[in-house]
Design a protein around this ligand. Structure first.
Ligand SMILES: Cc1ncc(COP(=O)(O)O)c(C=O)c1O
Ligand SMILES: [Zn+2]
Length: 439
């Protein structure tokens, strides 16, 4: 291997791949078996992570973890200071769990909405993709996305002077297109669902011989998001007992799992949390598959049995993956960690976004609201136990979901004169914002 820092190993045949040069030269396929699922293996001493996650270090970006990221030369880093968003303890959720369920919980929320790039946890992938492409001298890249990955790739590649052709499904929130378009990156509005946008993007990449983001197992996404586990340890000192996230394809949880594959034996990360995954009720193929498996007592091959929903009509398109190709892997992770899958009513994301904005002055996006709803759902289903710590990975702010914010907003009143106004006390809204959640 000429690449001394890291190499890839094919997960199908074990073939060793000498870094991105070889990987890209073979069209992002294993040169032996032709499959595209590879693992990144580092030669860096794993104990080095201990220093990096010490509580007194103050990193500037995800590149603090350079030693465990697949880039050879730090001079190629393209960064906006992403990947180290604060993890906050949200006492109002703890108080709710205590009052309504008698549970003493610690509830932590990862504020990816603060990410300086594009305000989502997809900036982690964006910075790594741009840096690696720069290092490899790549000038063009292709991606399909419901919006957040699209924006992160568009921005970071623009910073690196790399052309991005981006395929977005027609139900994506429209603010996504204008952001990408304004950066001078190409955006294709695909008449079809997310699965169809992925298909067209793949055809486009093949037609022109271009590199494409391979989806949820692409090492560039997985390795970047793996750092979430490191940040949890650095900021909280220990792994939480429970991890809650809105899932679409499943990159973030599988990336967390990757961190445990790499560092599990060092003890630095502790135990992998109980995984609770949330989907919107209009498009919840993974939840439906899981519930079926549970009802039938997990028969042989249960994880391969999942539905595919074409052209789902949803309220939260950001996380609508009708064809969840990675369900088998995700569901096994849920089972192994004694976790759960829940579907939540998509329009209630409006209620929860109001509540969060009221209590924390935080404007969260619809996919983040789905994750917080998952916390309420987990409480309802007795999935959380007294004394546990819960980590909610919220992925986005509301910056590109103005239509959602319009639904969330509730205080506007039209007036003609000062006579129509009265003194205002925001306490008057407390009962209103809590009402949907009280038993
Ligand atoms: C804000 C937000 N939350 C959650 C997800 C789900 O991500 P994944 O299932 O790939 O981990 C996405 C993906 O698009 C997202 O943008
Ligand atoms: Zn192979």
């Amino acid at each position: 291997m000429s690449n001394t820092k890291f190499h890839f190993e094919c997960r199908s045949c074990g073939n060793k791949i000498d870094g991105f040069k070889e990987w890209f030269a073979h069209g992002q396929k294993c040169s032996k078996c032709g499959k595209s699922n590879i693992y990144t293996i580092y030669n860096t001493d794993k104990e080095k992570l201990k220093e990096l996650v010490a509580s007194d270090v103050k990193p500037d970006s995800l590149w603090h973890y350079f030693d465990f990221l697949p880039l050879n030369d730090a001079k190629n880093i393209v960064s906006d200071g992403e990947g180290v968003s604060p993890i906050q303890q949200w006492h109002f959720l703890e108080k709710f769990a205590k009052q309504q369920y008698g549970l003493n919980l610690k509830v932590f929320v990862n504020r990816n909405d603060y990410s300086p790039g594009t305000g989502t946890f997809k900036d982690k992938g964006g910075t790594l993709i741009a840096s690696v492409l720069k290092e490899q001298g790549v000038k063009e890249y292709v991606v399909a996305s419901t919006g957040n990955t699209a924006n992160a790739v568009a921005l970071y590649l623009a910073k690196a002077g790399i052309s991005a052709s981006i395929f977005v499904p027609q139900d994506a929130l429209s603010e996504n297109f204008v952001h990408i378009g304004s950066l001078g990156q190409k955006v294709y509005f695909v008449k079809g669902d997310y699965a169809y946008a992925k298909k067209i993007a793949a055809e486009y990449a093949k037609k022109h011989g271009l590199l494409i983001s391979l989806g949820n197992l692409d090492p560039l996404r997985l390795e970047a998001k793996k750092t979430t586990a490191f940040e949890i340890i650095r900021q909280l000192g220990k792994m939480p007992d429970v991890y809650i996230q809105a899932v679409s394809g499943g990159t973030a949880p599988l990336a967390l799992e990757k961190a445990f594959v790499d560092f599990g034996d060092t003890g630095i990360l502790g135990d992998i949390p109980k995984m609770i995954f949330i989907q919107g009720h209009y498009c919840a193929p993974q939840v439906d598959a899981w519930n079926k498996a549970k009802e039938t007592n997990f028969p042989e091959g249960w994880e391969m049995d999942y539905p595919i929903y074409d052209n789902p009509k949803v309220y939260v398109p950001t996380i609508a993956t009708g064809n969840p190709g990675l369900y088998p892997q995700l569901a096994k992770l849920v089972k192994r960690t004694n976790g759960e899958y829940y579907a939540v009513h998509e329009e209630t994301s409006i209620d929860v976004a109001r509540l969060v904005a009221y209590e924390k002055a935080a404007k969260i996006g619809p996919a983040s609201a789905i994750a917080i709803l998952g916390f309420f759902e987990a409480l309802k289903n007795n999935a959380l136990k007294d004394g546990q710590s819960v980590f909610i990975n919220i992925g986005e702010g509301v910056g590109r979901a103005i239509s959602f914010l319009e639904d969330v907003s509730y205080t506007l009143e039209e007036i003609s004169s000062v006579e129509d106004t009265k003194r205002f006390d925001r306490e008057q809204y407390r009962e209103f914002v809590w009402k949907p959640f009280k038993k």
